[in-house]
Design a protein around this ligand. Structure first.
Ligand code: NI
Length: 386
């Protein structure tokens, strides 16, 4: 087995903290992309920028053999950081609250370790924009990230605060949920009216409340209980005065599944429930439904390969094979096209609980950066020599 240069822990942590201090939202990752491109060029990679708008690709070509892709997402969230750490975000309303700063640092350290090593195939490093808004992966695919050289397998990780540092989750099959979004607008044909004269108009607020309640029974009564699903209404907007019945009410929410019949039927079920309830109250409902991300499915053989590397990195007792979540990930777009595996690298401190992803107090145990780098760089070697 090829030996790899030791991990430069100080530089790994410094890179993560630098990116943490300068968070950028999806498709605005210009500083991050420039930093990534500079480093990759310095390491001798062939670098393409602007792949999927702000994405960066580094290639270490090979005359023969397979091509393996490592993917790291780069975007931050519109969150105000509440941590009082020295490497706190310097941008108000922007924060790396999901750990993608760590993913970039891990991707770059993986690139550094593999740069001087003779590989039995080509290596492609994809630094992806806009994971949080769910179309960065698609943008990179449209710009040909999976072609020239043609990618045979793709791997990636997510730092994961639901697992303690020192553990790794590698699950075969469906891992992360499909993400759909719906919007329902309830209209009163009369356009609203006086709060004291409710008999003269349909009431979109009352109708919306019934719709919210009825949507909750889709999961309990219209779904096979053996299929996982979530329906959450997350936005309600209506009205501007205490004494006016508004003309419209708007609802927004999300459906999460692992595919299957409920996934297929959800758009129709939501449309039928909204339209039927609105009609019963003399109102009208308009529904728009969008599928954002498909279920993320890990290839069984690739998951086995990554799990065996994970056992070498953290020991068999610390590899979990059953971690799944109803959260979504656009890594699914790559894994729908090429086999591969996406793993969770525990990043919660060993003692005590950790703030959840997307929260203003989110932070990681930085030992997870070392583990993530070991996992990805050794997975590349294992795949190319398999
Ligand atoms: Ni994330």
């Amino acid at each position: 087995m090829t030996s790899l240069p030791t991990i430069d822990r100080a530089s790994l942590v410094a890179t993560r903290r630098d990116i943490h201090q300068h968070p950028e939202l999806g498709f605005e990752e210009t500083r991050t992309a420039a930093l990534v491109a500079d480093r990759l060029r310095g390491l001798g990679y062939d670098v393409a920028t602007g792949v999927g708008r702000t994405g960066v690709v580094g290639i270490k070509p090979a005359a023969k053999g397979k091509c393996v892709m490592v993917r790291a997402d780069m975007d931050a969230l519109p969150v105000d950081e509440a941590n009082a750490v020295p490497y706190r975000s310097t941008v108000a309303g922007r924060m790396h609250a999901c750990g993608h700063d760590g993913h970039v640092a891990i991707g770059l350290e993986t690139a550094r370790r593999l740069a001087g090593v003779k590989l039995a195939g080509a290596l492609k490093l994809a630094f992806q924009p806009a994971e949080e808004v769910s179309n960065g992966a698609q943008a990179m695919i449209e710009d040909g990230v999976l072609d020239a050289p043609r990618v045979d397998a793709a791997f990636g990780i997510h730092l994961w605060n639901q697992l303690p540092v020192g553990t790794i989750g590698v699950t075969a099959g469906p891992l992360m949920a499909s993400v759909d979004e719906f919007e329902i607008t309830v209209h009163a044909p009369e356009g609203g009216g006086h709060a004291a004269l409710p008999h003269q108009t349909a009431d979109p607020i009352l109708v919306a409340a019934h719709i919210v309640t009825a949507l909750q029974s889709l999961v309990s009564r219209r779904r096979d209980p053996l299929e996982e699903a979530v329906v959450s209404v997350t936005q309600v907007h209506a009205g501007r005065a205490y004494n006016v019945i508004p003309g419209r009410a708007e609802l927004r929410g999300t459906v999460r599944t692992f595919g299957g019949r409920f996934w297929k039927e959800a758009p129709t079920l939501i449309e039928t429930v909204a339209a039927g309830i609105a009609a019963a109250f003399g109102a009208r409902a308009e529904v728009s439904y969008r599928r954002l991300t498909g279920t993320l499915v890990n290839d069984a053989a690739m998951a086995e390969l990554m799990a065996s590397v994970a056992r070498d990195v953290v020991g068999a007792d610390n590899v979990r094979r059953d971690v799944r979540t109803m959260g979504g990930e656009d890594m699914s777009y790559f894994l729908q096209r090429v086999p591969g595996c996406f793993a969770f690298v525990g990043s919660a401190p060993r003692s005590g609980s950790a703030a959840s992803h997307h929260s203003p107090t989110f932070d990681i145990d930085e030992e997870s950066l070392v583990i993530g780098t070991e996992l990805l760089s050794r997975t590349v070697l294992a795949y190319l020599t398999a």
